[in-house]
Design a protein around this ligand. Structure first.
Ligand code: DHB
Ligand code: FE
Length: 280
């Protein structure tokens, strides 16, 4: 039986990748942000996961407004990034995973999630920046990645409740997989942010802290929110909280919070970090 070790949440903004390329981690602007990561890296180093299931959103590299799956999953042996126009330098390809991913596809479709199954997929900053953050120097190729992409760009979007259930289905899939792999789950993006329009730069610290507190012990409470609630309380891109909820859905009912960090702002975004250890 494959084992879920725990879950990690992290921002994924392109500026993080650029700051790492320029070795700006210790500058006054970036240090308070990067200070959140050594405990996460230490936990990964101690746990040595084999596989990472990464919930992310594609901001327009592979899926643009013309073709937008609600939920997509990758089953490819390798994934490449491409120029997104943000100035992120080329990075090594991400290693894929082809066995558990197909098992998850079967589990999800049995559970009535009509996934878009991608045997080829370019992955954007939503997936690559978290990997670069966890394994500095882009040393992430040892870990096999299963990308799970959630529409957070074009309305209508899947609800917080549906995303949590997506995570629960993936959790059942991992636990029923005949293997001894150790799996870590990432919820990327968030927390409050709005990139454009009248409220560009909008941050809601009180709501972010409520989300972090509630996600740990009472995630079902967050599933009562609608995407309209998220836009109102957390900004237009605050719907990226849905990736955090999907991650939490994979984990056991009770989890241990090993680490938490919150810093505002980086670029236009509130950056929240959690490491939650599974109790199963
Ligand atoms: C920013 C935040 C995002 O979530 C993203 O996908 C791109 C940019 C930002 O705050 O700069
Ligand atoms: Fe984003």
């Amino acid at each position: 039986m494959a084992q879920v070790l725990g879950g990690i949440t992290t921002s994924h903004i392109p500026a993080i990748g650029m700051a790492m390329d320029r070795h700006e981690e210790d500058t006054p602007y970036w240090k308070p942000f990067f200070d959140g990561y050594p405990p996460v890296r230490a936990w990964l180093e101690a746990q040595q996961p084999d596989i990472a299931v990464v919930f992310y959103n594609d901001h327009g590299l592979e899926f643009f407004l013309d073709k937008k799956p609600t939920f997509a999953i990758g089953t490819a042996p390798q994934y490449h990034n491409a120029d997104e126009g943000w100035g992120i330098k080329p990075i090594p390809p991400v290693t894929g995973e082809t066995e558990l991913s197909w098992h998850l596809v079967n589990q999800l479709i049995d559970d009535e999630f009509d996934m878009t199954v991608c045997q080829e997929l370019r992955v954007d900053h939503g997936l690559t920046v978290p990997l670069s953050l966890m394994w500095p120097g882009n040393r992430y190729q040892h870990i096999k990645v299963i990308p799970v992409c959630i529409n957070c760009e074009r309305h209508p979007m899947p609800s917080p409740k549906r995303c949590y259930k997506l995570g629960q289905s993936i959790g059942r899939g991992i636990r029923s997989f005949a293997g001894d792999q150790k799996v870590v789950v990432f919820g990327t993006g968030g927390l409050s942010h709005q990139l454009d329009g009248e409220r560009a730069g909008f941050i809601n610290k009180a709501f972010d802290q409520y989300c972090m507190d509630t996600l740990v012990g009472h995630p079902e409470e967050l599933t009562r929110l609608t995407n309209d609630d998220l836009v109102e309380k957390a900004g237009a891109q605050g719907v990226e909280l849905n990736m955090w909820l999907a991650m939490r859905g994979v984990l056991s009912e009770h989890v241990t919070e090993l680490h938490r960090h919150y810093h505002i702002p980086v670029s236009n975004t509130a950056a929240g970090v959690l490491v939650l250890e599974n109790e199963d």
